[in-house]
Ligand binder design. Structure first.
Ligand code: GLN
Length: 490
């Protein structure tokens, strides 16, 4: 007898398969869109989608015309959902906040424009933690996103909506953003791939800024080949983002014959048994591929959570200063300009965003700057040096993506520090700016339910392709645990 929550196999086509089918004329872009919309409707309970793109059908028709005229489109007709902090011209961008009420984007983010140029059809915008602050997708003004594996649990955050739509099989690909783990951790909580590229690989133009020195757009997918496909389309220099790197597109990188894998010692404490088992399974699979596996200490990563919150909140406090209720978004008329501005900010922002603005302003203020911000910047330097040193001896570093699987809704939301602690495995990577991938490598049985567990692979700056090649090898070997939650098979 099978248990009711036994993971189902994976019958849905990947983005690469769908694009090939559509390019061969076996399926029209419009019917691919139609099925995505039906699945989105069936998955409404997840609260993963904030809005549908009113121009999606028009986009699908354009893709059909381009294909008919002989164009080759790598993402031909692939339905994609994007996080609602990415601008798409003519649609409402909310950032999961009331602050942007009524705001219609006058332009499209470069990453999204590149997907569309490659034939993708944007189905809609995904729910998220307000202004990408959080680790659970519970701080959205549009209500929390539910985990497709267990509706009483969070999907992780902040890109929880983007993760849930791919995990539930609504679309094969989605975009999120990752400042301190917001693509990797939800990928881990929902049992799919989530990739954070090297800082600067993907243009941030049109991504609403949270902490500009850390923000990166990253994809969610159910196949390693799809990650490589979407990165190929999306990455590369953009004159509209001064921090985007001017490096050429990356070709597939053959793996070294004897891959040197380092397991970060500091990540081995405090993990649940299911996370430990998934890590052991991953290391065994890597050894089977011929890798050598050793522990390596990165001592400064112990300061990563503190440093991350002292660096990201000052950046956020200055980035969010532009929301003054004047030029766009919510408006509150309250006598003079200053009072109107504070009224708009008081009404528009939720509690976590206000907390970040206060923390960030405090950390930057005179008298505290040296004690907080500049010390955190020094810690960031030490963390980056730890990674440099480790990468002199290892090709790949490994940690769990999170010490535990998905937690219950409400479990951490009353205690900000408990929420921040959930980022312990992901923020050091962000501070160092290196690329990292979360792969679904196991399940943990909690209260009779199978919850996905993710493992994080980390590579040196610009070795993004090494991660995707390794993921493809682990997938081909059968080590990756991609499943669909029950109810999403149809
Ligand atoms: N949890 C982290 C934060 O709240 C990371 C968020 C993110 O990556 N956007 O800042």
């Amino acid at each position: 007898m099978s248990t009711p929550d036994a993971p189902a196999p994976l019958p849905l086509p990947t983005a690469s398969q769908l694009a090939a089918q559509i390019s061969r004329g076996e399926l029209s872009p419009l019917s691919a869109l139609q099925s995505a919309l039906e699945r989105a409707e069936a998955g409404r309970a997840l609260n993963a989608v904030i809005s549908l793109n009113p121009h999606a059908a028009e986009q699908a028709a354009q893709v059909a015309t381009r294909l008919a005229s002989g164009e080759t489109l790598p993402l031909a007709g692939v339905p994609i959902i994007i996080k609602d902090n990415l601008n798409l011209q003519g649609t409402h961008t909310t950032c999961g906040s009331r602050m942007l009420e009524g705001y219609v984007s006058p332009y499209t983010a470069t990453a999204v424009a590149r997907l569309m140029a490659a034939g993708a059809v944007i189905v809609g915008k995904a729910n998220m933690d307000e202004f990408a602050m959080g680790s659970s997708s519970e701080t959205s003004a549009y209500g929390p996103v539910l985990n497709p594996w267990d509706h009483s649990r969070v999907p992780g955050g902040t890109s929880g909506g983007s993760a849930a739509v791919v995990a539930a099989g609504i679309v094969p690909l989605s975009l999120g953003s990752d400042t301190g783990g917001s693509v990797r951790q939800p990928a881990s909580f929902t049992g799919i791939y989530g990739f954070k590229p090297t800082y600067g690989r993907v243009s941030r133009y049109g991504l609403v800024a949270h902490a500009s020195s850390l923000d990166q757009i990253g994809p969610f997918a159910r196949s390693a080949a799809d990650l490589a496909l979407v990165m190929d389309v999306m990455a590369g220099h953009d004159p509209l983002d001064a921090t985007s790197l001017g490096v050429p597109a990356q070709a597939a990188e053959p793996l070294p014959r004897r891959l040197r894998v380092g397991v970060i010692s500091e990540s081995l404490q405090g993990n649940t048994p299911g996370v430990q088992a998934a890590l052991a399974h991953t290391l065994a699979a890597l050894r089977e591929l011929g890798a050598s596996v050793q522990e390596v200490s990165l001592p400064s990563t112990g300061y990563a959570v503190a440093a991350y919150y002292l660096i990201s909140t000052p950046e956020a406090s200055s980035n969010l200063a532009r929301y003054d209720g004047m030029a766009y978004g919510i408006r509150a008329e309250a006598g003079d300009v200053t009072t109107s501005m504070s009224a708009a900010r008081a009404q528009g922002f939720g509690a976590e965003v206000k907390r970040r603005i206060l923390m960030g302003t405090y950390a930057l203020s005179s008298g505290y700057y040296d004690a907080y911000y500049s010390r955190a910047m020094r810690a960031r330097q030490l963390i980056a040096q730890d990674f440099d040193r480790a990468f002199a001896s290892f090709d790949i570093l490994v940690t769990p993506t999170s010490p535990f699987p998905a937690f219950r809704l409400g479990e951490r939301s009353r205690d900000p520090l408990a929420m921040y602690a959930a980022d312990v495995d992901t923020v050091a990577v962000s501070l160092a700016g290196v690329p990292a991938l979360s792969l679904p490598m196991g399940f943990e049985e909690v209260d009779g339910r199978a919850l996905p567990v993710g493992i994080q692979l980390i590579a040196p700056t610009l070795a993004d392709m090494r991660l995707l090649t390794l993921a493809a090898a682990l997938e081909a070997q059968g080590a990756v645990q991609l499943r669909l939650p029950v109810g999403a098979e149809a």
